[in-house]
Write a protein that binds this ligand. Sequence first.
Ligand code: IDP
Ligand code: MG
Length: 137
Amino acid sequence: MEQTFAIIKPDAVAKNQIGDILAVTEAAGFKIRAMQLTQMTRKQAEGFYAVHSARPFFGELVEFMCEGPCVLLCLEREDAVAKWRETMGATNPANAAEGTIRKRFAESMGRNCSHGSDSAENAAIELAYFFPGNILQ
Ligand code: IDP
Ligand code: MG
């Protein structure tokens, strides 16, 4: 079993799509091991996306992630990191495969409704960042 870190981003929460996205998540075989509705502070969003701080879209991204509540998730299944990326679909919903979460629910490349860690190593870092002190195993 493997764990990954996921976010239902503020665009999807504002559109009342939490339930729909969680239904897809559970149908794809993920167990929800931790879940929190929260509104990120600017500091939290800047820290979380620090790897993108030199990108031209960084300011827009931080603004977006703080604009309203989001849902933080620890998801578990076999091969969770890769399977969650597959379940979400491509970053740009225009390129996402049919049936994926981003194809179904995302508006644009920036406002793309969900996050997923890109490696097991980053999943551990991101889970510790948002669920500090939790024993998730
Ligand atoms: P990922 O979320 O699929 O891993 P990353 O390249 O890590 O994609 O980018 C992080 C987030 O930054 C994306 O999910 C999206 O919200 C935002 N983003 C990425 N590229 C762009 C862009 O070109 N314009 C605006 N926002 C972007
Ligand atoms: Mg990424």
